[in-house]
Design a protein around this ligand. Structure first.
Ligand SMILES: [Zn+2]
Length: 53
């Protein structure tokens, strides 16, 4: 399994990586995926998409 570089925290990680969208268009490690990407997607969905305030 080749090492990859997380496009968010620049750490090396092993594995397939995760789509870093909407943070950027690269890939990210599991840690950033859970801590940053998923919460940003959640915010986009519930703050940006459906509510009008
Ligand atoms: Zn990362």
């Amino acid at each position: 399994m080749e090492d990859k570089i997380c496009s968010i925290c620049d750490k090396q990680f092993k594995g397939y990586g995760n789509n870093a969208y909407p943070v950027n268009d690269g890939i990210c490690c599991n840690e950033c995926n859970h801590l940053i990407v998923l919460s940003m997607r959640f915010n986009l969905k519930y703050r940006g998409g459906y509510k009008n305030d």
